[in-house]
Design a protein around this ligand. Structure first.
Ligand code: PLP
Length: 360
């Protein structure tokens, strides 16, 4: 039996529509989009089509789209490039690609409530006149919790600062957010390919390039433009959001709850594809490893180093045990039977865990 893959928040399999536009740019039209001869024509045109698709998706101007290698690079470019000597605030639940450069830049950390939603009063208190940039993600990659960006944007603007939003988890799950000044995207979590992302700017947002070299991307990001995954990014943003996610999410959450799972932030707005649960007292990684042995691929949610799970700073910020999370994230090709197999396998893993605990 083929494995059940429920880790789309880590990466998702490429969609046929992404491969259709990307493959010819690898096999046939592999020229450098910046060259001046004929070999550049097709890749350069494909990049501009994708630029238009990204701009349309998020309501921006094509000229304000800067292609990058993914969300990590876009986040670094935003934080370092738009800070302009001012102070930075990041939320306590940001992805490590915001959190690490943010802390290195001396950022203040905005706390979250027990569901992982930014505490607006605490944020207000941090918005001193020297704050230039605030970074809050659209939706959390571990828990799926959605941040109130409109309210946050209003507060950030009232304080004279700019809002950077890491929307890496939105494509293929939700429409683009509206309230942002700088927006990060990536292709590979919604059926695109690894190696492409974008930082999108609102008109007038000044950005200091961080990667110097060639004049690509209007001199805001040097380096040969990676046409194939960029074309795939544009293509996946043009596709409708899969309509089956919400029903499968409910089915999975109900199934796991029936086994004693506590669904994280169950009453809050969350991504329609993410089910984050805890089985109180049981380490998340032992469940994840047990499921893997049965062919069900899920995650503890936090970044992994050489296969070992790190305690989650997201759960810690919410006041939850940082080693107890299990994340199951669905995607465009997830089927109902796979949800049922995942629940069934979890029941077996829990039974094995209980039997092993009794022996000890
Ligand atoms: N931001 C968020 C919220 C993510 O979930 C991820 C991927 O896990 C990233 C950034 C990094 O994305 P990329 O792999 O494109 O660098």
């Amino acid at each position: 039996m083929s494995p059940v893959y429920l880790d789309h928040n880590a990466t998702s399999p490429p969609r046929p529509e992404a491969l259709e536009v990307a493959l010819p740019l690898i096999t046939e039209h592999w020229g450098n989009p910046a060259s001046t001869h004929q070999a550049a024509r097709r890749p350069a045109a494909a990049v501009e089509v994708a630029r238009g698709q990204v701009a349309r998706w998020c309501g921006a101007r094509p000229r304000d789209v800067i292609f990058t290698s993914g969300a990590t690079e876009a986040n670094h470019l935003a934080l370092r490039g738009a800070l302009g000597g001012g102070r930075l605030v990041v939320s306590a639940v940001e992805h490590p690609s915001v959190r690490a450069p943010g802390l290195a830049l001396g950022a203040s950390v905005a706390p979250v409530d027990a569901d992982g939603v930014v505490d607006l009063d605490a944020l207000d208190a941090l918005l001193t006149p020297d704050v230039r940039l605030v970074s809050v993600m659209a939706a959390n990659n571990e828990t799926g919790v959605i941040q109130p960006l409109t309210a946050i944007h209003a507060r950030v603007h009232a304080a004279g600062a700019l809002l950077h939003v890491d929307a890496a988890q939105l494509p293929g799950r939700l429409p683009a957010p509206q309230a942002w000044d700088l927006l990060t995207l990536t292709a590979h979590k919604a059926g695109g390919l690894k190696g492409a992302g974008a930082l999108v700017l609102r008109p007038g947002v000044a950005l200091t390039p961080q990667q110097l070299g060639g004049p690509q991307e209007r001199e805001r990001r040097a380096g040969t433009v990676n046409a194939a995954p960029i074309a795939a990014l544009g293509a996946i943003l043009d596709l409708p959001i899969p309509g089956h996610l919400g029903a499968l999410q409910d089915r999975l959450a109900e199934g796991l709850s029936g086994l004693g799972a506590v669904v994280t932030a169950a009453s809050r707005a969350r991504l329609p594809n993410t089910v984050h649960v805890r089985f109180p007292g049981i380490p998340g990684d032992s469940i994840v490893m047990g499921l893997d042995l049965t062919g069900v691929q899920v995650s503890v949610g936090a970044a992994c180093a050489s296969g070992a799970a790190r305690p989650s700073h997201v759960l810690a910020a919410m006041g939850l045990p940082p080693g107890e999370g299990v994340r199951m994230s669905l995607g465009w090709n997830t089927e109902k039977g796979e949800i049922d197999r995942a629940v069934h396998a979890t029941r077996r893993v829990l039974a094995q865990h209980e039997a092993a605990s009794e022996v000890i």
